[in-house]
Design a protein around this ligand. Sequence first.
Ligand SMILES: Cc1cc2nc3c(=O)[nH]c(=O)nc-3n(C[C@H](O)[C@H](O)[C@H](O)COP(=O)(O)OP(=O)(O)OC[C@H]3O[C@@H](n4cnc5c(N)ncnc54)[C@H](O)[C@@H]3O)c2cc1C
Length: 443
Amino acid sequence: MRLYHDALYDWSKPVDSVWETDRNTLPAPTTPRLETDETTEIAIIGGGYCGLSAAYHLARAGINVRVLEAGSIGWGASGRNGGFCSIGASFLGPAELNTIYGQDETLAFYRSLIDAVHLVESLAQEERIDFKKQGDGVWTLAHKSNRLQELQSQADLMAKLGVGAQIISAREFANQAFVSTEQFGALFEPVGFGLHPLAYCLGLADAATRRGAKINAHARVLSWHHENGSHRLVTGQGSIRAKRVIIAANGWLPEDLVPELYGRSLPVMSNIVTTRPLTGDEIARQHWRTQAPASNTRAHLAYLRMLPGNRLMYGGRGDTTGSPSGLKAMSSHLARRMARMFPAFTGAETTHSWRGLISATRRMTPAIGELESDPSVSYAFGCHGNGVAFMTWAGRELANRVTGIARELPAPLRGLPPKFPIPALRLWALRLMLLRARIADEL
Ligand SMILES: Cc1cc2nc3c(=O)[nH]c(=O)nc-3n(C[C@H](O)[C@H](O)[C@H](O)COP(=O)(O)OP(=O)(O)OC[C@H]3O[C@@H](n4cnc5c(N)ncnc54)[C@H](O)[C@@H]3O)c2cc1C
């Protein structure tokens, strides 16, 4: 049922990201292997932000909860993303959401996205998670002059929510942030910042265990049995019996385990490269002066940050194979794009190159809810990108639904999205979409 090359699903080791080089200096929560048959109230499949946030909030409410993670903690997107803690989660912009759901529901959706960023900040404060915050605010660059309009509608929507987002000219951006070959004005959102994604993920896991949650790493759920009104999740060496199950696996959704979810998520790959530390001269030649993360309006997306230590992180989308050669090709492609955008960095070789999966849905928004056929199974998936904040929020929301204190979700998030028409051909549909996006990016 996997859409990509097996190389993308190697749970035996963490991915070769720049973040992993810091693992020994980060919190090390207790995450033993599961080697016996045990019982819990709630079992969670997936040890990323969503599963860990759900576990944290459930444990705080005094509920017996267990996370099962196939790899090491944060093995999925949560330990390897770009570290933008920002507003987002859907491929649709405010105008499209307005047309489909109306203004009230669109505003409610965006309110939850803003709330998500504040949730990450307050968790860090309360639980003393040192996620190495970087910058205040987030930039979005118009990669062509005709893209400023879409940034303006985002700024207008933010104004309605009391967030003072600003549109600034290309010249002003150059004064405040950096110089590149692709900047025709920018949006600055004061809500958001950069963080160390693995530090945040391990910190969240640590907080969850301190609150009483149990976490098993290297415990991939291989089969799921329904026995006398309860669930039994079987891993390689043990099993967990639970009254309820939460599925928090986003781009790695195990479709074979839950037939009702089959064909409702399209895993999309995102790739990142980082350079060697840049010299003071190289940085000065691009007039770099911002700590805030930046992305652009391309559908293929460029997202970038100057990391502490002056390594440039540069990410984008486009690979549809998942193979080792696909990784090499995409890394060269990103390095070329980075050099085109920042000519002074042309000679800066790449030290790390990795990738991971996010999840797209047919309706282009995330999905949170319970299965109709079995309300004791909850899910959250379909986060189209900005999941650092949003999937933390989704995890809390799942916990609240279990404990009965949930409010109604904004309409774009409610319930299961429709299936992709011929699920087996999803990858071909993605290839077509990426081709169309590449053409649209140049218009
Ligand atoms: C390269 C990249 C860059 C990104 N950059 C950003 C960014 O800068 N800012 C941002 O906000 N978002 C970013 N994202 C998206 C963000 O990382 C995700 O939306 C978010 O981490 C999803 O969290 P999650 O907990 O839902 O899923 P994940 O973190 O993907 O976790 C799901 C987990 O489920 C586990 N799992 C799957 N099947 C099983 C099974 N059968 N048994 C047990 N466990 C299982 C997987 O091993 C995985 O660890 C990026 C994503 C990628 C891939």
